[in-house]
Design a protein around this ligand. Sequence first.
Ligand SMILES: Nc1ncnc2c1ncn2[C@@H]1O[C@H](COP(=O)(O)OP(=O)(O)OP(=O)(O)O)[C@@H](O)[C@H]1O
Ligand SMILES: [Mg+2]
Length: 279
Amino acid sequence: MSEQPEVLLDARDVEVTYPIKGFGKKPFKALKGVSLDIRPGECVGLVGESGSGKTTLGRAILGLAPVTGGTIRYRGKEIQGLSRRQRRPLSAEIQVVFQDPYGSLNPSMTIEQILTEPLSVAGVPGAEARARVGTLLDRVGLPGDSAHRLPREFSGGQRQRIAIARALALRPSLIVCDEPVSALDLSTQARVLELLIEIQEQTGVAYLFVSHDLAVVRHISHRVAVMYRGEIVESGDGDQVTARPEHPYTQRLFMAAPLPDPDRQAARRAERLQLAAQA
Ligand SMILES: Nc1ncnc2c1ncn2[C@@H]1O[C@H](COP(=O)(O)OP(=O)(O)OP(=O)(O)O)[C@@H](O)[C@H]1O
Ligand SMILES: [Mg+2]
C-alpha cells in the first residue's frame, strides 16, 4: 500500500491583498496570515461572519485570489502563484462546489455535456467520458435519464447534485465547498449534506467546507476553524470548538446561531447580553 501523506493541503501565513480601484485607495488585506491544514479524507469546516474572508481562503487554494504572502502546499508542493498552465494538472486534484446552483451550471449545456467537460479537458476520450456519466449520476442519486436534459429542468437541490457530480468527475482529493447548501431549503440541505458525507466515506475525498451556518458545519466537519476579519481566531476538534468555544468572537458567533428551542434561545440571549457587557 502506498503511504498517504499526513497532510494534503497546508496553508501557512497566507495573505491575500485585493487592489482597490480608484486613485489613492489603499489595497485591502482580506487574509492577514492564515494557517490551516487539511488531511486526506478530512472535512475541515470554516465558519465566520459575512466578509471575514472564508470565500477568499477557498479561492486562494483554487488559485483564484491574489496571494501576496505565505505559502500553500498541496502534497508538499507549493502551489500559490502558479501560472494557469502550471496549475492545470491540479484541477484533477482540487475541485470546487459553489453556493449558487442556478448560476454555476451553463444553462445551454445538457447534463452529459456538463459532466463530460472536465473529463475531455483532462484528455479522457469522448466515448469513455460519456460512459462515466451514468456512474456519476448514480453516485449523486440522480436518475440515468438526466443525462440529456438541461439544468433548468432540475430543482435547486438536484442542480447542486449535478455540481457535485461535476466536481467528482476527475476523482479529486480535495473539494472546496463554498456554502454548498446555503441556498437550499432545510430538508434539501439535509439530504445534500448526507450525500456529501456519504461520498466522503466512499471515496476518501477531503473537504474544505465553508459555511456561515454553525449547525451545518457542526454536522459535517471533523475539525472547525473560525475566521474573523481575515484571521483564524480559533480552530480544533469540531465538538470542542462548537460546544466549548474559547475565543470571545466564537462565543458570540455561536450564540447568534438560531436555536429551535425558544427557552434555550432566551437563555442564550441573556448570555449574549452578558458577554457584550463584558466586551
Ligand atoms: N475581488 C475583490 N476585490 C476587493 N475586495 C474583495 C474582493 N473579494 C472579496 N473582497 C473583500 O474581502 C473581504 C472578504 O470577502 P469574502 O468573500 O472572502 O468573505 P466571506 O467570509 O466569504 O463572506 P460571505 O459569508 O458573505 O460569503 C470582504 O471585505 C470583501 O469585501
Ligand atoms: Mg463567501
